[in-house]
Write a protein of this length. Structure first.
Length: 140
């Protein structure tokens, strides 16, 4: 059997580990970045990838998280704390442990919001994250 649970038996989102939330959030965040790049640029695939990396990297996601922290409510901040405290076996070679934990926290937040079907909130926060990372890329 491919899945352990029956399709009708959903697991309470509060029981999910922050790394499971980050697993979903990683896909959500990457899709948002890719869609935004294709919708608003005329870049060729190699350039699309190079630009996307700025946003989906641990360093970029750390900048994005810092930008939205003041906008988060208590429940969202709790998810971020859980994401930061989640332990991973490896750390990205081009990021500090702090950046890596922050990126996991951001991904956990986006995964949590996605699983709650809070699309409007995802787009609101993503817009702020995009602006922060884009501004940092302009100064490089």
């Amino acid at each position: 059997m491919l899945f352990e649970a029956n399709p009708g038996e959903k697991i309470d989102i509060r029981e999910q580990s922050p790394l499971s939330l980050a697993f979903v959030g990683d896909g959500v965040f990457e899709l948002l970045v890719r869609a935004r790049l294709v919708e608003y640029t005329r870049l060729v695939p190699n350039q699309l990838h190079r630009h996307a990396v700025r946003f989906v990297s641990a360093r970029g996601q750390c900048l994005g998280l810092e930008a939205i922290l003041p906008l988060l409510d208590e429940e969202e901040l709790a998810v971020v704390r859980r994401g930061k405290n989640a332990s991973k076996a490896t750390v990205a070679k081009h990021a500090t442990p702090q950046e890596y934990r922050a990126s996991t926290a951001l991904e956990a937040l986006f995964g949590w919001l996605y699983l709650q079907k809070r699309e409007t909130r995802i787009y609101e926060l993503f817009s702020k994250v995009w602006d922060a990372i884009d501004a940092a890329a302009q100064t490089e």
